[in-house]
Design a protein around this ligand. Structure first.
Ligand code: GLN
Length: 455
């Protein structure tokens, strides 16, 4: 708006964003800054405005992409050594649609390598630090994107959410994060993690911004056969009045202050005329083990393409081809990537497939059914994003199971393909942001965003 009214130029805005990015370099937010490219793009926008030409809805707005979104600016590394030096010839559909509206890409943000993680500590480039406390983690895996938005470097950033990677860092840094309905945004051009749960979304400062971005990026993409027709722009949001609370998550495993924030939000909603509905969803306790079978199985398949031949890094001094594959993968993957490859191969191997993968697939169906039943009784479910606020850097680094536990409340939405919107809900006594999430039936993304606006 300010740009179209000529109150500030796109060049000025981009310069400010780049300056801030450099000022906050100690947070380790960016894997690449698109300095020259962004200024060049800004100049084009300014010239078009000066000539009175029409510009897009996001003209001159600086944004960042998680470094697993392909685009020709810099290398797309997914914060993994094995992709270093990989220059993408294609652009992810989501990024292409944002650019088509004039948004200006100022950089790529840090993540857990291949988006495997909850804290952005699994990055080849080291951890990103929390916007509110530099001793704490940013959350993950879209940690760089969350901190870039929280520190006001960019207006918004893209993220991918396979099991919570948008919502968790959003809540650890006090911003909004939407994991859309599976298929709402195209997955084309994003480094695949678990193709049946990967969802592309955004981290923003307001629900209004989220609404605008979704209205631009949703809609079928011929390059992604799982993308949905544009329900977002073609349906009216429904009023949310009955709020479901999952009793199964109201226990000591969840931090006292987070439970208090949830109760307070419920009181607030009641005073606004909402009805609170208590739900029992015992099936959700199986979501985490189910996720950690299905995801490694798909991860192992998706990561098999990284062999040192086709992309990025190649280990030198290998004596033959098989040795080259092995050395490249050994040197190029992070320990967490390897852990998932091993678990994935195990659960898919003959003799174990029925006991693990097939069973997990069946439980997944029950989880989908559990949500369908729940949404007969309520319009939206409100629950915490995580059991605790941001933890200290290194605190859980040696303990993969402790990190997996952080995903307890985020993975159900991914397994069921439903949307989840993380919203800021106050702070702890020590000043750390608390996040809650609104879940809704498939294709209710717009209703959730509308409800967040009303809140
Ligand atoms: N923390 C989850 C995991 O490590 C989710 C990751 C994600 O959503 N990309 O699998």
């Amino acid at each position: 708006m300010r740009i179209a009214d000529k109150k500030i130029s796109a060049t000025q805005l981009v310069k400010e964003a780049l300056e801030k990015a450099e000022r906050f370099s100690d947070y380790n937010i960016f894997t690449f800054l698109n300095k020259e490219g962004a200024l060049r793009d800004a100049k084009v926008i300014d010239e078009r405005i000066a000539k009175g030409e029409r510009v897009g809805k996001l003209a001159g707005v600086p944004f960042a992409i998680k470094d697993n979104f392909l685009s020709p600016e810099g290398d797309t590394t997914a914060s993994a050594h094995i992709l270093e030096g990989f220059h993408s010839p294609v652009t992810a559909t989501v990024v292409e649609r944002l650019k088509a509206e004039g948004a200006i890409l100022i950089g790529r943000t840090n993540l857990d390598a291949f988006a495997h993680g909850t804290s952005t500590e699994n990055s080849y480039y080291g951890p990103t630090l929390n916007a509110h406390d530099k001793e704490r983690v940013a959350g993950g895996s879209s940690g760089g994107s969350a901190v870039a938005v929280a520190l006001d470097i960019v207006e918004f950033a893209t993220g991918s959410d396979t099991g919570g990677s948008i919502r968790l860092p959003a809540s650890f840094n006090g911003v909004y994060g939407l994991k859309p309905t599976y298929g709402a945004n195209s997955r084309y051009g994003v480094v695949a993690m678990c193709s049946s749960t990967d969802s592309m979304g955004f981290l923003t400062k307001t629900p209004e911004d989220m609404d605008l971005l979704m209205s631009i990026t949703t809609g079928q993409d011929p390059k992604d056969m799982t993308s949905l027709p544009d329900f977002y722009n073609e349906t009216e949001p429904k009023q949310i009045r009955r709020i479901g609370i999952v009793k199964d998550f109201d226990n000591d495993a969840v931090d006292e202050e987070i439970r208090a924030a949830l109760k307070q939000k419920c009181e607030e909603l009641k005073s606004k005329g909402c009805e609170i509905v208590e739900l029992e969803m015992p099936i959700l306790k199986y979501a985490l083990p189910t996720y950690y079978i299905i995801v490694p199985a798909e991860v192992t398949s998706n990561l098999s393409r990284h062999d040192g031949i086709r992309y990025g890094f190649r280990s030198e001094n290998s004596k033959d081809l098989s040795n080259l594959y092995g050395n490249t993968r050994n040197e190029g993957f992070m320990p967490e990537n390897k852990r998932r490859i091993l678990v994935g191969n195990f659960v898919l191997s003959s003799g174990f497939y029925d006991a693990y993968f097939l069973k997990a697939a069946k439980v997944r169906t029950l989880i989908i059914k559990g949500f369908e039943d729940a949404f007969q009784k309520c319009d939206s479910i409100l629950m915490p994003v995580s059991a605790s606020p941001a933890f200290k850097v290194g605190e859980k680094a040696g303990d993969p199971l402790a990190l997996y536990l952080e995903d307890l409340m985020t993975v159900p939405a991914n397994l069921a393909g439903i949307p989840g919107l993380a919203i800021p809900a106050g702070k702890t006594k020590t000043g750390l942001p608390i996040g809650l999430q609104l879940l809704g039936p498939r294709r209710s993304d717009k209703s959730l965003i509308q409800f967040a606006k009303e809140l």
